[in-house]
Design a protein around this ligand. Structure first.
Ligand code: B12
Ligand code: SF4
Length: 647
């Protein structure tokens, strides 16, 4: 059983794959544990040995030929399942499916693209029909109760072209919980994150959303007992102590109280300290005890579907439950519980203009004090009411599904010229994640959330500014497989590919150095002060205020002069510290709160070098500043690594 989570192509036709990812795929984990369960129960027959291989195209190469070869071994049968395929991943999934079919393998495809399309249209769309014609089996809906039947059909060569389980939504109560293997976890930046969908379904009716048309309005949930067992086992076996509970709206999971109380109990009674992130709606803060119990259970971050601050846009999107006048109160409620707020914001609603988007980004910062924001371009996702309406009205939509990743213009917007919409979105990212605003956020956040937010800032800036894509799609360090290119793009020679990669890596290195220096400066300016430092700052302020109040100008000048003369004698400096001071290496004194002076030195040195005034460059100063910079960098790296691994 080969389970593959496909990635998508970038605009140059290369598969978007990273050396390290950010989050493991929940759907992959889900189907893997469903298959493990069948294997353990020997549900497909006692003489059958099932071997499960999982591949995540976003972090590892898919060796299509090797998989096809394995199928040719005697008494062996390989079934390939392309799982959790979103619309933007459909073109890549279809290419993989074609190659596997050409190799004679049985191929299944499921996930939100096929389920969403087939849920809202009675006729089958051409891209899906093409796969069916090739012999690929399309699965519509959820398979917790039917996975065994499908695999049995595969075993006895009787797979149907389409399986439709949309009207047969499974009860999740005691179904196997998504679990992942250590070897898969190693492919991610931190090795402690896990994902679980504790429930599915949402009662609301937003027009851009596909979830309600596939998973339905009725809340279905996993039992607290099953979740407890899985979380305890994941902690003990794999060290997973951070979760992204992927429920679209955790607040509408009928079992939220039980889950929060269970997590608090695990912490208190078994010393299993879990931290987690949830997605919620804007009204959730009003549910009695919800915010308090979330904090007590270990929630460090909420992802809130704010979407817009323009009531006319919210009305147009059918999101009437969002009340703009309550946003401030909502943000304050989560802030009061020391939980970091992260809002989802959609750009491209009917009443948006380039100017309004700019104003909105300002408002999120200045009026609402939101700590983190993710901007998405409104996309008619197949499976949403928006998409169905546009198809029926015959409106223009980009025929290339690869662009349906919320970071491309997929329709025409009357208020934006071509390209302007995308530019407005990028500008919103830039404005929100400006140095000044990040500094403001970090200086005012709860110390418990400091590193959590700091790391997200690095991830977001890396994705949007360096990789040029959405943070939900990007990880650390892009890989580009020369031969794995989208059909229609040429496979380059080794030399051309080497030159391309050399340029990529060079440009990446430059951008990374700039990012690291920016983040280091951010850390220096906002890092948590030690108790001794805070005390010193407090005393100095108090002394200065007292002095300013009580002394006349002449006395003040005299006091400053005397302090300069006398203060160094208060504590005799050691020989070593004198030597350090001599060579300008006294970090604590000079650069604790900024590396601005070092940067100024490098800028001036660079200027002198370029103007060929090398006589102005003092080698010993270059050496000393290099040492100071290196020392600061080490301090920064140590702080970053020492901080608790989180999301
Ligand atoms: C978690 C999540 C993410 C995570 C993914 C990482 C992770 N940890 O899993 C993050 C935040 C990174 C993310 C990003 C994006 N996401 Co997202 N995401 C989700 C979310 C909320 C939950 C996914 C999940 O775990 N579901 C639970 C699993 C078990 O359900 P499932 O995938 O449907 O699988 C079941 C069935 O479909 C079926 N099945 C699935 N595959 C197969 C295959 C076979 C062979 C068979 C038999 C059955 C089968 O069996 C499963 C068990 O029943 C969904 C919404 C949702 N409720 O599912 C959106 C959702 C999938 N995302 C969506 C989108 C658009 C995106 C982004 C493009 C948007 C963006 N810019 O953020 C990016 C794309 C990034 C990427 N390359 O994946 C859309 C997709 C719609 C569409 N038509 O394409 C959804 C539906 C939300 C929405 N807005 O409508 N996402
Ligand atoms: S609240 Fe979220 S999950 Fe529910 S319908 Fe709206 S967008 Fe979809």
């Amino acid at each position: 059983m080969v389970l593959i989570k496909p990635s998508k192509y970038d605009d140059e036709g290369y598969v978007i794959r990273h050396f390290r990812g950010v989050l493991p795929s929940n759907t992959l984990a889900c189907l893997s544990s469903l298959t493990e369960d069948l294997k353990r129960r020997r549900a497909l027959g006692h003489n059958l040995e099932i071997r499960i291989r999982i591949f995540d195209d976003t972090v590892q190469p898919i060796h299509v030929d090797r998989i096809i070869r394995a199928n040719k071994l005697p008494r062996n049968r390989t079934v390939v399942a392309l799982v959790g395929v979103q619309s933007n991943q459909f073109p890549r999934a279809a290419d993989l499916a074609r190659r596997f079919r050409a190799g004679g393998l049985q191929v299944l495809i499921g996930g939100f693209h096929v389920s969403g399309i087939l849920a809202l249209f009675s006729e089958i769309r051409s891209e899906i029909q093409e796969l069916i014609d090739l012999g690929v089996t399309v699965v519509k809906g959820e398979v917790e109760e039917t996975w065994g039947d499908i695999l049995e059909d595969a075993l006895y060569d009787r797979l149907r072209p389409i399986y439709d389980f949309l009207d047969r939504k499974p009860d999740l109560y005691d179904k196997p919980v998504p679990t992942i293997t250590r070897s898969y976890l190693k492919r991610f930046i931190t090795s402690n994150p896990g994902t679980i969908d504790c429930g599915r379904g949402c009662p609301y009716n937003c027009s851009f959303c596909t979830i309600i048309n596939v998973q339905g309005h009725k809340a279905r949930f996993r039992s607290v007992e099953t979740l407890t067992r899985a979380i305890r086992e994941n902690y003990k076996r794999h060290g997973i102590d951070f979760y992204f509970f992927t429920d679209d709206n955790f607040a509408r999971n009928a079992c939220w109280r039980g889950v929060f109380e269970m997590l608090a109990r695990l912490r208190a009674e078994e010393d299993i300290s879990i931290r987690f992130m949830i997605q919620v709606d804007t009204q959730s803060y009003k549910i009695p005890d919800f915010v308090e119990l979330a904090a007590g259970a270990g929630c460090t971050q909420v992802f809130i579907g704010m979407e817009s601050i323009n009531p006319k846009n919210l009305k147009a999107a059918g999101k009437a439950q969002n009340k703009v006048q309550e946003y401030r109160e909502m943000i304050a409620a989560w802030h009061g519980a020391k939980i970091a707020r992260h809002i989802a914001y959609i750009i491209g609603f009917p009443f948006d203009t380039p100017e309004s988007v700019e104003e909105d980004a300002k408002c999120l910062k200045q009026d609402l004090g939101v700590e983190q924001a993710s901007f998405f371009m409104l996309t008619p996702l197949p499976g949403s009411q928006d998409h169905a309406r546009m198809v029926r009205a015959g409106e223009y939509m980009d025929p290339d599904l690869n662009t349906y990743d919320s970071f491309h213009e997929t329709t025409r917007h009357p208020n934006f010229a071509p390209g302007e919409w995308y530019a407005a979105c990028r500008k919103a990212w830039r404005s929100f994640y400006s140095f000044d605003y990040m500094r403001h956020v970090l200086a005012n956040t709860n110390p418990e959330n400091y590193w959590n937010i700091f790391r997200n800032f690095i991830w977001y800036k890396n994705s949007v500014h360096i990789e040029g894509g959405h943070p939900m799609v990007h990880g650390l360090f892009r890989m580009k497989d020369r031969t794995d290119r989208r059909p229609g793009f040429p496979i380059e020679s080794h030399l051309r590919h080497f030159v391309r990669r050399f340029r990529d890596v060079r440009s990446l290195a430059r951008k990374w150095i700039a990012l690291v220096l920016e983040m280091e400066e951010l850390w220096l300016q906002t890092r948590n002060r030690s108790k001794a430092e805070l005390r010193l700052i407090f005393e100095l302020k108090r002394a200065r205020e007292g002095v300013n109040r009580n002394l006349r100008t002449a006395e003040l000048q005299l006091a400053h002069y005397r302090a300069k003369v006398h203060v160094p004698e208060l504590r005799a400096p050691s020989r070593l510290s004198l030597a350090f001071r001599e060579f300008n290496l006294d970090l604590a004194r000079r650069v604790t709160y900024s590396r601005a002076d070092i940067q100024k030195f490098w800028n001036n040195t660079w200027k002198s070098w370029r103007r060929r005034k090398t006589f102005l460059i003092r080698p010993h100063k270059v050496f000393l500043n290099f040492l100071r910079d290196a020392e600061l960098m080490l301090l920064f790296a140590a702080a970053l690594l020492r901080a608790q691994p989180d999301s």
